[in-house]
Design a protein around this ligand. Structure first.
Ligand SMILES: NC(=O)c1ccc[n+]([C@@H]2O[C@H](COP(=O)([O-])OP(=O)(O)OC[C@H]3O[C@@H](n4cnc5c(N)ncnc54)[C@H](OP(=O)(O)O)[C@@H]3O)[C@@H](O)[C@H]2O)c1
Length: 246
Protein backbone atom coordinates (compact mmCIF):
# COMPACT_ATOMS: atom_id res chain seq x y z
CA UNK A 1 0.00 0.00 0.00
CA UNK A 2 1.28 3.46 -0.86
CA UNK A 3 2.16 5.51 2.22
CA UNK A 4 0.92 9.10 2.17
CA UNK A 5 3.55 11.52 3.53
CA UNK A 6 1.83 14.38 5.35
CA UNK A 7 3.53 17.78 5.31
CA UNK A 8 5.27 18.68 8.55
CA UNK A 9 3.71 21.51 10.49
CA UNK A 10 5.73 24.32 12.04
CA UNK A 11 4.85 27.56 13.81
CA UNK A 12 7.30 30.46 13.96
CA UNK A 13 6.55 32.96 16.73
CA UNK A 14 7.89 36.34 15.60
CA UNK A 15 7.90 35.78 11.85
CA UNK A 16 7.06 39.30 10.64
CA UNK A 17 10.70 40.25 10.00
CA UNK A 18 14.35 39.26 10.27
CA UNK A 19 15.37 35.75 11.26
CA UNK A 20 11.84 34.55 12.04
CA UNK A 21 10.58 35.62 8.63
CA UNK A 22 13.61 34.09 6.89
CA UNK A 23 13.17 30.81 8.72
CA UNK A 24 9.42 30.70 8.04
CA UNK A 25 10.03 31.23 4.31
CA UNK A 26 12.74 28.55 4.27
CA UNK A 27 10.50 26.07 6.09
CA UNK A 28 7.74 26.70 3.53
CA UNK A 29 10.22 26.19 0.67
CA UNK A 30 11.13 22.87 2.29
CA UNK A 31 7.55 21.64 2.21
CA UNK A 32 6.43 22.56 5.72
CA UNK A 33 3.03 24.05 6.43
CA UNK A 34 3.98 27.13 8.43
CA UNK A 35 2.03 29.14 10.98
CA UNK A 36 3.43 32.65 11.29
CA UNK A 37 2.80 35.12 14.09
CA UNK A 38 3.74 38.61 15.24
CA UNK A 39 2.03 41.94 15.92
CA UNK A 40 2.43 43.43 12.42
CA UNK A 41 -0.53 41.86 10.63
CA UNK A 42 0.31 43.66 7.36
CA UNK A 43 3.64 41.79 7.20
CA UNK A 44 1.97 38.46 7.94
CA UNK A 45 -0.54 39.02 5.12
CA UNK A 46 2.28 39.98 2.76
CA UNK A 47 4.15 36.72 3.57
CA UNK A 48 1.00 34.62 3.20
CA UNK A 49 0.38 36.10 -0.25
CA UNK A 50 3.70 34.64 -1.46
CA UNK A 51 2.51 31.09 -0.73
CA UNK A 52 -1.16 31.03 0.36
CA UNK A 53 -1.35 27.21 0.57
CA UNK A 54 1.55 26.83 2.99
CA UNK A 55 1.22 29.84 5.32
CA UNK A 56 -1.29 30.28 8.15
CA UNK A 57 -1.35 33.55 10.02
CA UNK A 58 -2.27 34.68 13.52
CA UNK A 59 -1.67 38.14 14.97
CA UNK A 60 -0.80 38.46 18.66
CA UNK A 61 1.52 40.14 21.12
CA UNK A 62 3.55 37.60 23.13
CA UNK A 63 3.42 39.96 26.12
CA UNK A 64 -0.32 39.28 26.34
CA UNK A 65 0.06 35.79 27.78
CA UNK A 66 -3.63 34.77 27.89
CA UNK A 67 -4.41 35.93 24.34
CA UNK A 68 -1.20 34.29 23.01
CA UNK A 69 -2.31 30.85 24.18
CA UNK A 70 -5.84 31.27 22.80
CA UNK A 71 -4.47 32.37 19.39
CA UNK A 72 -1.78 29.68 19.38
CA UNK A 73 -4.35 26.95 20.01
CA UNK A 74 -6.55 28.37 17.23
CA UNK A 75 -3.57 28.29 14.88
CA UNK A 76 -2.69 24.68 15.76
CA UNK A 77 -6.32 23.72 15.16
CA UNK A 78 -6.42 25.50 11.77
CA UNK A 79 -3.18 23.76 10.75
CA UNK A 80 -4.42 20.37 11.93
CA UNK A 81 -1.52 19.74 14.34
CA UNK A 82 2.03 20.77 15.15
CA UNK A 83 5.48 19.16 14.84
CA UNK A 84 7.81 22.10 15.39
CA UNK A 85 7.60 25.40 17.27
CA UNK A 86 10.26 28.08 16.78
CA UNK A 87 10.35 31.05 19.16
CA UNK A 88 12.03 33.98 17.44
CA UNK A 89 10.20 36.94 19.04
CA UNK A 90 12.71 39.14 20.76
CA UNK A 91 13.83 42.68 21.40
CA UNK A 92 17.30 43.91 22.27
CA UNK A 93 17.42 47.63 22.98
CA UNK A 94 20.52 49.33 24.27
CA UNK A 95 19.70 50.71 27.70
CA UNK A 96 22.54 52.93 28.92
CA UNK A 97 20.18 54.97 31.12
CA UNK A 98 18.93 51.79 32.79
CA UNK A 99 15.32 52.65 32.08
CA UNK A 100 13.11 50.09 33.85
CA UNK A 101 10.45 50.28 31.10
CA UNK A 102 12.95 49.03 28.50
CA UNK A 103 14.12 46.25 30.80
CA UNK A 104 10.55 45.15 31.54
CA UNK A 105 9.61 45.17 27.85
CA UNK A 106 12.65 43.00 27.08
CA UNK A 107 11.95 40.56 29.92
CA UNK A 108 8.27 40.27 28.98
CA UNK A 109 9.00 39.59 25.31
CA UNK A 110 12.14 37.48 25.50
CA UNK A 111 11.64 35.53 28.74
CA UNK A 112 7.98 35.69 29.89
CA UNK A 113 6.57 35.38 26.34
CA UNK A 114 8.82 32.42 25.64
CA UNK A 115 8.01 30.65 28.93
CA UNK A 116 4.28 31.12 28.38
CA UNK A 117 4.38 29.54 24.93
CA UNK A 118 7.08 26.93 25.64
CA UNK A 119 5.31 25.50 28.70
CA UNK A 120 2.04 25.24 26.78
CA UNK A 121 3.61 23.65 23.70
CA UNK A 122 5.86 21.32 25.73
CA UNK A 123 2.77 19.88 27.42
CA UNK A 124 0.97 19.63 24.05
CA UNK A 125 3.96 17.74 22.56
CA UNK A 126 4.20 15.56 25.69
CA UNK A 127 0.58 14.48 25.20
CA UNK A 128 1.15 13.63 21.53
CA UNK A 129 4.55 12.01 22.43
CA UNK A 130 6.59 13.91 19.86
CA UNK A 131 7.48 17.43 18.78
CA UNK A 132 10.33 19.91 18.77
CA UNK A 133 10.77 23.35 20.33
CA UNK A 134 13.55 25.62 19.02
CA UNK A 135 14.41 29.05 20.32
CA UNK A 136 16.82 31.70 19.16
CA UNK A 137 19.00 32.64 22.08
CA UNK A 138 22.21 34.57 21.53
CA UNK A 139 25.91 34.73 22.16
CA UNK A 140 24.92 37.74 24.29
CA UNK A 141 23.69 35.22 26.85
CA UNK A 142 27.21 33.97 27.70
CA UNK A 143 28.06 36.83 30.12
CA UNK A 144 26.61 40.10 31.42
CA UNK A 145 26.64 43.29 29.35
CA UNK A 146 26.59 46.81 30.87
CA UNK A 147 24.59 48.35 28.01
CA UNK A 148 22.08 45.53 27.40
CA UNK A 149 21.54 44.08 30.89
CA UNK A 150 18.05 42.64 30.33
CA UNK A 151 18.90 41.38 26.83
CA UNK A 152 21.99 39.49 28.06
CA UNK A 153 20.05 38.14 31.05
CA UNK A 154 17.03 36.99 29.03
CA UNK A 155 19.26 35.21 26.49
CA UNK A 156 21.05 33.40 29.37
CA UNK A 157 17.57 32.57 30.68
CA UNK A 158 16.61 31.00 27.33
CA UNK A 159 19.77 28.88 27.35
CA UNK A 160 19.11 27.61 30.87
CA UNK A 161 15.37 27.18 30.38
CA UNK A 162 15.79 25.13 27.21
CA UNK A 163 18.42 23.03 29.00
CA UNK A 164 15.90 22.36 31.77
CA UNK A 165 13.23 21.34 29.26
CA UNK A 166 15.67 19.06 27.42
CA UNK A 167 16.61 17.22 30.63
CA UNK A 168 12.96 17.05 31.72
CA UNK A 169 11.98 15.51 28.40
CA UNK A 170 14.73 12.89 28.64
CA UNK A 171 13.94 12.00 32.26
CA UNK A 172 10.22 11.69 31.53
CA UNK A 173 10.84 9.98 28.17
CA UNK A 174 8.20 12.21 26.62
CA UNK A 175 9.79 12.53 23.19
CA UNK A 176 10.00 16.34 23.10
CA UNK A 177 13.15 17.57 21.36
CA UNK A 178 14.65 20.93 22.30
CA UNK A 179 17.00 23.02 20.15
CA UNK A 180 18.80 26.11 21.46
CA UNK A 181 20.03 28.16 18.49
CA UNK A 182 22.81 30.38 19.87
CA UNK A 183 23.14 33.06 17.23
CA UNK A 184 26.04 35.45 16.69
CA UNK A 185 25.53 38.69 14.77
CA UNK A 186 23.04 38.47 11.92
CA UNK A 187 22.29 41.37 9.57
CA UNK A 188 18.65 42.15 10.38
CA UNK A 189 18.87 45.69 11.70
CA UNK A 190 18.39 44.24 15.21
CA UNK A 191 21.91 45.35 16.20
CA UNK A 192 23.92 48.48 15.32
CA UNK A 193 26.05 47.15 12.43
CA UNK A 194 29.05 49.31 13.38
CA UNK A 195 29.36 47.21 16.57
CA UNK A 196 29.09 43.86 14.80
CA UNK A 197 31.77 41.41 13.79
CA UNK A 198 31.56 38.02 12.07
CA UNK A 199 28.06 39.09 10.98
CA UNK A 200 26.29 36.80 8.53
CA UNK A 201 23.24 37.26 6.34
CA UNK A 202 19.75 36.12 7.32
CA UNK A 203 19.91 33.65 4.43
CA UNK A 204 23.10 31.98 5.72
CA UNK A 205 21.87 32.01 9.32
CA UNK A 206 18.47 30.50 8.57
CA UNK A 207 19.99 27.72 6.43
CA UNK A 208 22.25 26.77 9.36
CA UNK A 209 19.32 26.99 11.75
CA UNK A 210 17.12 24.75 9.62
CA UNK A 211 19.93 22.20 9.36
CA UNK A 212 20.35 22.19 13.15
CA UNK A 213 16.58 21.83 13.63
CA UNK A 214 16.34 18.95 11.15
CA UNK A 215 19.31 17.20 12.80
CA UNK A 216 17.52 17.73 16.14
CA UNK A 217 20.64 19.35 17.61
CA UNK A 218 20.31 20.21 21.28
CA UNK A 219 22.52 23.29 21.03
CA UNK A 220 23.79 24.89 17.82
CA UNK A 221 26.13 27.85 17.42
CA UNK A 222 25.26 30.01 14.42
CA UNK A 223 28.02 29.85 13.18
CA UNK A 224 30.14 27.15 14.83
CA UNK A 225 33.06 29.51 15.52
CA UNK A 226 31.00 31.16 18.31
CA UNK A 227 31.54 28.00 20.34
CA UNK A 228 35.17 29.05 20.90
CA UNK A 229 34.07 32.52 22.00
CA UNK A 230 31.60 30.95 24.41
CA UNK A 231 34.37 28.80 25.97
CA UNK A 232 36.73 31.79 26.20
CA UNK A 233 34.07 34.04 27.70
CA UNK A 234 32.94 31.48 30.24
CA UNK A 235 36.54 30.77 31.33
CA UNK A 236 37.60 34.42 31.47
CA UNK A 237 38.15 35.52 35.08
CA UNK A 238 35.87 38.28 36.29
CA UNK A 239 38.70 40.78 36.75
CA UNK A 240 39.61 40.46 33.05
CA UNK A 241 36.00 40.42 31.82
CA UNK A 242 35.30 43.62 33.77
CA UNK A 243 37.98 45.39 31.69
CA UNK A 244 36.50 44.42 28.29
CA UNK A 245 35.87 47.69 26.34
CA UNK A 246 32.19 47.23 25.40
N1 LIG B 1 19.98 39.84 14.60
C1 LIG B 1 20.93 39.37 15.40
O1 LIG B 1 22.12 39.70 15.25
C2 LIG B 1 20.54 38.40 16.49
C3 LIG B 1 21.57 37.73 17.15
C4 LIG B 1 21.24 36.81 18.14
C5 LIG B 1 19.93 36.55 18.45
N2 LIG B 1 18.94 37.23 17.80
C6 LIG B 1 17.56 36.94 18.19
O2 LIG B 1 16.81 36.52 17.07
C7 LIG B 1 15.44 36.85 17.26
C8 LIG B 1 14.92 37.58 16.05
O3 LIG B 1 15.62 38.81 15.92
P1 LIG B 1 15.78 39.59 14.54
O4 LIG B 1 17.18 40.04 14.46
O5 LIG B 1 15.21 38.81 13.44
O6 LIG B 1 14.91 40.91 14.87
P2 LIG B 1 13.59 41.50 14.22
O7 LIG B 1 13.68 41.57 12.74
O8 LIG B 1 13.34 42.77 14.98
O9 LIG B 1 12.46 40.42 14.58
C9 LIG B 1 11.90 40.35 15.84
C10 LIG B 1 10.60 39.60 15.74
O10 LIG B 1 10.07 39.53 17.07
C11 LIG B 1 8.71 39.90 17.01
N3 LIG B 1 8.28 40.53 18.27
C12 LIG B 1 8.90 41.52 18.95
N4 LIG B 1 8.14 41.87 20.01
C13 LIG B 1 7.03 41.09 19.95
C14 LIG B 1 5.86 40.99 20.75
N5 LIG B 1 5.67 41.77 21.84
N6 LIG B 1 4.92 40.10 20.40
C15 LIG B 1 5.09 39.30 19.32
N7 LIG B 1 6.17 39.33 18.53
C16 LIG B 1 7.12 40.23 18.85
C17 LIG B 1 8.61 40.91 15.86
O11 LIG B 1 7.28 40.93 15.38
P3 LIG B 1 6.28 42.19 15.55
O12 LIG B 1 7.10 43.43 15.71
O13 LIG B 1 5.48 42.17 14.28
O14 LIG B 1 5.45 41.86 16.73
C18 LIG B 1 9.56 40.28 14.86
O15 LIG B 1 8.89 39.34 14.07
C19 LIG B 1 15.38 37.68 18.55
O16 LIG B 1 15.00 36.86 19.62
C20 LIG B 1 16.80 38.14 18.73
O17 LIG B 1 17.13 38.39 20.08
C21 LIG B 1 19.21 38.15 16.83
Amino acid sequence: MMEIQLAKKAIVIGATSGIGRGLAELLAQNGYQVGITGRREKNLIEIKQTNPQNFFIKTFDVQNTGDSIVKLDELILEMGGLDLLVYSSGIGCENRELDFGIELDTINTNAVGFTNIATHVFNYFKRQEFGQIACISSVAGFRGNPFFPAYAATKAYLQNYTESLRIKSKKEKCGVRITDLRAGFIKTGHVDESKMFWEISVETATKLMLKAIQKKKEVAYIKKRWWFIMIMMRLMPRWIYDKVPF
